[in-house]
Design a protein around this ligand. Structure first.
Ligand code: GLN
Length: 283
C-alpha cells in the first residue's frame, strides 16, 4: 500500500468507494466509522488528512467497513445515534431512533404550556428516545417509559443518565402503568406489515423485529393503544402515535369511533403522514 493510502485522506477515499453500493451516504458513513475508530470527531479527519493511523486501528476500520458493506446499520457499529440533540447508546436490542420520530416530540411539547406539570407515558420506549427527549426539554414532567423488552429497557436506562424525571417499567403497553391519571400518552409502536418488502432491506433485517412488525397489516398494536388509551388519560389529555405513511386514515377513523376529538395527522420531512394526535375530552 503506498503511504498516501494509509493516511486518513487515503483511507476515507478508499472506504467511500467500497461503501458506494451499501449506503446512500458512503463518504459520511466512512468518516463516522473512522472517527469512531480513532476516537476523534469528524473535524479531526479534515484537520489531519495526512496523519497515519496505526495498523491496528486501520484493521479495525476495515473490519467495520466490511460489516457496513453487508448492511449492518451504522448506529449498531458505533453504538450510538443522535436523537433530538441527545447522543443515545444503541444496541441491536433496540430500534435505531429515526429522525421522523422527532416529530412526536415536537407535537408533545406543543400540546402543553412550558409551565404545566404533567404525567406522561411513552409506550414501547426502546432506546428511550422519545421519553428522554421530553425529559430533557421538560425536567418538571413526570415520565414513565415502558417496554416489553427488558434488554431494551436496560439500554433506555443507561441513556437516562442524569435525567431524574423518567421511570422505566417492563411490560406490555399499558400493563406496567401504575397511574391512570395521565395527561399524555405517546408511542412509536411497531407498525410494519410482516409482508412488507421494506423489511428485506439489509438495515431493517438487523433491527429487532418486535419493534418493527405488527400483525393485522401493521395495525394491531396501534389499535390496541388507541382502544386502551381512554382508561388511562385524564379529560383533556392527548394521545400521540407514530404510524406508517399509509395508515393515517385508518388511525383517524379508529380515534373518531372511540370518541377522541381534535384529531390531526402530521407529515414528516419526507412529506408522509407520520404522526396522529388526538384529545380525549370525555371522562
Ligand atoms: N419508521 C420505521 C421504518 O419505516 C419503522 C418504525 C416502527 O415500526 N415503529 O423503518
Amino acid at each position: 500500500m503506498p503511504p498516501s493510502e494509509k493516511n486518513i485522506d487515503g483511507l476515507l477515499r478508499e472506504a467511500t468507494r467500497h461503501l458506494q453500493a451499501a449506503t446512500d451516504s458512503p463518504r459520511l458513513d466512512a468518516e463516522l466509522l473512522l472517527a469512531y475508530v480513532l476516537r476523534r470527531d469528524r473535524v479531526y479527519l479534515y484537520t489531519y488528512p495526512e496523519s497515519l493511523p496505526p495498523a491496528d486501528q486501520r484493521d479495525c476500520f476495515h473490519a467495520l467497513l466490511q460489516r457496513r458493506r453487508q448492511g449492518e446499520p451504522l448506529a449498531y457499529l458505533t453504538g450510538f445515534k443522535e436523537f433530538w440533540s441527545l447522543s443515545l447508546s444503541i444496541t441491536p436490542q433496540v430500534l435505531i431512533p429515526r429522525p421522523e420520530t422527532e416529530l412526536l416530540v415536537e407535537l408533545a411539547l406543543a400540546c402543553f404550556t412550558q409551565q404545566q406539570s404533567i404525567n406522561v407515558a411513552d409506550l414501547g420506549t426502546g432506546s428511550g428516545a422519545i421519553a428522554l427527549a421530553l425529559a430533557h426539554e421538560r425536567p418538571h414532567w413526570r415520565i414513565t417509559a415502558t417496554d416489553i423488552s427488558t434488554p431494551a429497557l436496560e439500554v433506555a436506562r443507561s441513556n437516562a443518565q442524569m435525567l431524574e424525571n423518567v421511570q422505566f417499567l417492563a411490560g406490555h403497553w399499558f400493563v406496567p402503568l401504575n397511574t391512570k391519571r395521565l395527561h399524555l400518552i405517546i408511542s412509536n409502536p411497531p407498525y410494519i406489515d410482516s409482508h412488507d418488502p421494506h423489511l428485506q432491506q439489509p438495515e431493517l433485517r438487523h433491527e429487532p423485529q418486535q419493534a418493527l412488525v405488527s400483525p393485522a397489516h401493521g395495525l394491531k398494536d396501534i389499535m390496541h393503544i388507541i382502544d386502551n388509551t381512554p382508561q388511562h388519560l385524564l379529560a383533556g389529555g392527548f394521545l400521540i402515535l407514530e404510524h406508517g405513511f399509509d395508515q393515517g386514515s385508518t388511525v383517524r377513523k379508529r380515534l373518531r369511533d372511540k370518541g377522541f376529538s381534535a384529531i390531526s395527522t402530521h407529515h414528516d420531512l419526507a412529506g408522509h403522514e407520520r404522526a396522529t394526535l388526538a384529545r380525549w375530552d370525555a371522562e
